[in-house]
Design a protein around this ligand. Structure first.
Ligand code: FCB
Length: 451
């Protein structure tokens, strides 16, 4: 069907991704405690039209159907996240067996049909009790995360081979505690920096504990990386590029892959506060080798120096460029740049693209089809760049499309559809879009020997 498929090795992992709060619903069932997203969404004006994840797409009850969908598409792996407040409703101490049992069933259900489970331990739904105690700006939250990781790995580690500690600590720290557009909605720059360090520490402590319990599994972390380029070639904006690349990419890549924070960023944020929580010993824990790096790629940032010469101000420049329904520039070349830089600047590490995808204004036709050619084009172009990168020698071993299902897109509520499967948010009926069929065919072509 598609020469693109021939460019990926038979062992390349094809998957789809979701996250707990975005799809599960059932937020008060089986002993689940409140998460920061339940509390945040209930506050006026925080999410589009006050949308929340109380029902989401009801995956908690419909997971068998969702597993069947992944199976029908012929994919190899399913990246989902585990809701910490289902496992420890108070974020510490007592374990809720019904919460663990849900993921236990899900893992078995996936394995029964030959789909590899790829759980992420933290995709933003922090137990509210831990936020009440101070949240990620507080060091103890990292320690609680390691306890929680151990509980989950003890329960599922006999069947789950790949574990991801965190999803996008940049968002959890800087959107959650800096700009406040995500839960818990705090706007405290020093707290945001402290949160980012404690997220790193949480990753490192969990990695240590998981390795101690199950030396046979692979552990990684997922970062959202961006291509960053200047508004023009005059050189005037190079420092803006350095700053934004520093805060969005290197602040996360460096501690995890090099065991240190970038000195220029430390200098940039010296006046902000929050970095006094960084201990030297922490960096040894944080920088312990990972088995893989998860990369989420969506877009590029084009930046310019602010109007005041010599000031630290940076402007994000909007280009006249094709965009997704999220307003993000469609920039597949940026994925190639991100991968090339990880290879150039860091020690060798296997990479999985753990998210890539796009929101478009999909319409379910009267004939029951969703003709999302724009999404197919988006996926095809990014996968073409990915194939180029692999042929150039970047060690990328898998690709997870974001997302399996249309879902609760955080502050955007249900108005942004990222799924390759359409969901009618009234009836919760699922309809694979044309992109799902296209993506499944591509995966099956590549993986024909296996499934
Ligand atoms: C990423 C998140 C994911 C989803 C996509 C669109 O930042 O990890 O949950 O919201 O963006």
């Amino acid at each position: 069907m598609n020469a693109l498929g021939d460019r990926f090795a038979p062992e390349f992992v094809w998957g789809v991704a979701t996250s707990s709060y975005q799809i599960e619903g059932a937020t008060t069932e089986d002993g689940r405690g409140p998460s920061i997203w339940d509390v945040f969404a209930a506050r006026p004006g925080r999410t589009h039209r006050g949308h929340d994840g109380a029902v989401a797409v009801d995956h908690y009850h419909r997971w068998r159907q969702d597993v069947a969908l992944i199976d029908q598409l012929g994919l190899d792996a399913y990246r989902f996240s585990i809701a910490w407040p289902r496992i420890q409703p108070e974020g510490a101490g007592a374990v809720e067996p019904r919460g663990l049992a849900f993921y236990d069933r899900l893992v078995d259900g996936l394995l029964e049909v030959g789909i590899e489970p790829w759980p992420t331990l933290f995709h933003w739904d922090l137990p509210q009790a831990l936020e009440d105690a101070g949240g990620w700006p507080r060091r103890e939250t990292a320690e609680r995360f390691a306890d929680y990781a151990e509980i989950v790995v003890d329960a599922l580690g006999d069947r789950v081979r790949h574990w991801t500690t965190l999803n996008e600590p940049w968002c959890a720290a800087f959107l959650g505690y800096g700009s406040g557009v995500h839960a818990p909605g705090r706007t405290e720059p020093a707290a945001a920096l402290a949160a980012s360090h404690h997220l790193h520490l949480a990753h490192g402590l969990a990695l240590e504990r998981i390795r101690a319990r199950r030396p046979d599994v692979e552990v990684g972390v997922t970062l959202n990386l961006y291509a960053v380029s200047p508004a023009d070639d005059t050189g005037r904006h190079d420092d803006a590029v350095r700053r934004i690349d520093g805060l969005m990419n290197r602040w996360f890549l460096d501690p995890i892959l090099l065991g240190r924070y970038p000195q220029d960023v430390l200098d940039d944020v010296a006046g902000v506060g929050g970095t006094d929580v960084i201990g030297d010993e922490d960096l040894t824990v944080i920088g312990a080798p990972v088995d893989f790096l998860g990369v989420n790629y969506y877009t590029r940032h084009v930046v310019a120096a602010g109007p005041w010469p010599g000031s630290a101000e940076v402007e994000f420049v909007s280009r006249d460029w094709p965009k997704t329904a999220s307003g993000w520039d469609i920039d597949p070349e940026g994925l190639g740049e991100v991968l090339a830089r990880v290879r150039r600047d860091y020690p060798p590490v296997p990479i999985y693209i753990t998210e890539n995808g796009a929101a478009f204004d999909d319409v379910l036709g009267v004939d029951g089809r969703v003709r999302d050619d724009d999404r197919i084009d988006f996926l095809r172009r990014h996968l073409t760049v990915l194939a180029d990168a692999i042929e150039d020698g970047v060690d990328v071993r898998g690709y997870f499309a974001w997302s399996l299902l249309d879902n609760f897109e955080w502050a955007e509520g249900y108005r942004k559809r990222f799924g390759i499967v359409y969901v009618d948010f009234e009836t919760l009926e699922r309809t694979p879009k044309d992109s799902a069929h296209w993506f499944g065919a591509l995966a099956r072509q590549t993986a024909k020997e296996r499934r």
